[in-house]
Each structure stands twice: as structure tokens, then as C-alpha cells.
Design a binder for this molecule. Structure first.
Ligand code: ZN
Length: 239
């Protein structure tokens, strides 16, 4: 067995343990089997490191509309039977596997071989890398955000939800830089960006404790007007 296969095999075993008690035994073992099936076709861990499996999830998406329009499935995985429900079950299993990887804060060891290095001060880092940090947060919070069904955690109104940090993003960024990256001279960091984003993701786990999901107005009142506080939102949650 190749090293790659050993790694995914081990991780799928801990996924199996992680699933215990979440669904019925039967459901758990089909989910595990489905992830194994996907792993035969794709390098799930690499896909996860690359874009959080977003494009892989997209390629497993096949809807009634696609079928009506005569679109071919976007994946090479062969389904015996109905492609819509078959791919949908694979996708569901993969999404749960992604939640599991989020939960354990999975970081690919191989990734650190190819480095992209930023050299500069904190302000420059914020300016150039900050926007990607914001997008990353949105991407890896997507599931948790969707679980709120568009209801603001503070005012309870239906809205397009935004992700609000318990700790401000720049503080998180600064903390990671100071703890993990060597300063060549004063306020001059040398940052391996891949590693930075892994650490950045880990800082946001578990998402529930790090991010609030608010409507635009409440988010603004928390961040800019300071008329509501983090404690107010925690009180709404009951802790
Ligand atoms: Zn609100």
C-alpha cells in the first residue's frame, strides 16, 4: 500500500469512531463505505487542503435539473442505478467527512514542502493577506452558518447571515504571527503562507465557540457601534 493510501485509511478509521452515536450503526457504516469509495477516485485529503473539498463536492453535485437539461454527471464515479440519489449520498457522506476533518483540525503534512513565503510587517500582512483570511473564514464556516437557517443569533430576524468573530480577526492574525513566525527584525515577519492558513483555520475550531452568525445590522452594532457586546450574544445563547 502506498503511503498516501495508508494515511487516508487511518483517517477514515478515526472518522468511523467519530461517527459513533451520531447516526444509527447502519448509517455510519454506509457513510464510511461511501467515503472509502470516493477515496478510490480522489485524493480527498489533498482536495481538503486545497479548497476544503469545495470543488470535489461540486463535482458530486448532480440535480434533477441537470438530468432534465441533459447534463452529464461531473464525476467519473460510476453509479449502479440512479445517479441523482447515488451521487447525492456520496456527497452527503463527503460533507460529513469534511466536518470531521474540520473538527480534528486536519493539517496535511505534505503541504509544507512547497512554500510560499511572505516577508514584511504586520500592516502589510493585513493588507495583502487579510482579504484572503476573510474569504477563508466564510468558506470554512459555510456549514455552520447554514445550520442557523438564516436566523440572526442576536435579534432572531431572518437575514443573510454574516460571520462575526468572537476575537477580532487582526488579533488572531497577530497572535499567529507572533507565536509561530520568526521576526527577522522588528515588525518584519517571515511567513510560510500555507502553514499560516492551517494555523488560522485551527484558531477557528470549534467554529461554534469562535464565530457568531449575525445579520448585517447586528454585526455592525457589534463591530462598529459597540452597542451590543459579545457577552450580549453569549447571553442569548444561554452561557
Ligand atoms: Zn440581527
Amino acid at each position: 500500500m502506498k503511503k498516501e493510501e495508508q494515511t487516508i485509511d487511518k483517517i477514515i478509521l478515526s472518522f468511523k469512531e467519530w461517527l459513533e452515536g451520531k447516526h444509527s450503526k447502519g448509517t455510519n457504516s454506509t457513510r464510511v463505505a461511501r467515503v472509502r469509495r470516493i477515496a478510490k477516485y480522489y485524493n480527498i485529503l489533498e482536495e481538503y487542503s486545497c479548497d476544503h473539498c469545495e470543488s470535489l463536492i461540486y463535482s458530486l453535485t448532480y440535480t434533477k435539473g441537470d438530468k432534465v437539461d441533459g447534463n452529464e454527471p461531473k464525476t467519473d464515479i460510476v453509479i449502479n442505478g440512479d445517479y441523482i440519489s447515488g451521487l447525492n449520498s456520496l456527497k452527503q457522506a463527503l460533507e460529513e467527512f469534511v466536518s470531521f476533518l474540520d473538527d480534528i483540525g486536519y493539517v496535511s503534512p505534505a503541504k509544507h514542502n512547497k512554500k510560499t513565503i511572505f516577508i514584511g510587517g504586520f500592516e502589510e500582512f493585513k493588507r495583502y493577506v487579510g482579504p484572503k483570511c476573510r474569504n477563508e473564514v466564510n468558506a470554512f464556516c459555510k456549514k455552520e452558518r447554514e445550520s442557523h437557517n438564516g436566523v440572526c443569533e442576536y435579534c432572531g430576524q431572518k437575514a443573510q447571515l454574516q460571520s462575526a468573530h468572537v476575537t477580532d480577526r487582526p488579533i488572531i492574525i497577530k497572535k499567529i504571527l507572533n507565536e509561530h513566525f520568526f521576526q527577522k527584525s522588528e515588525n518584519n515577519y517571515e511567513v510560510d503562507l500555507e502553514l499560516f492558513f492551517d494555523l488560522f483555520r485551527q484558531e477557528h475550531t470549534p467554529i461554534r465557540d469562535k464565530i457568531f452568525f449575525l445579520c448585517k445590522k447586528c454585526h455592525n452594532e457589534l463591530d462598529n457601534k459597540k452597542t451590543i457586546t459579545i457577552q450580549d450574544i453569549k447571553n442569548k445563547r444561554g452561557y
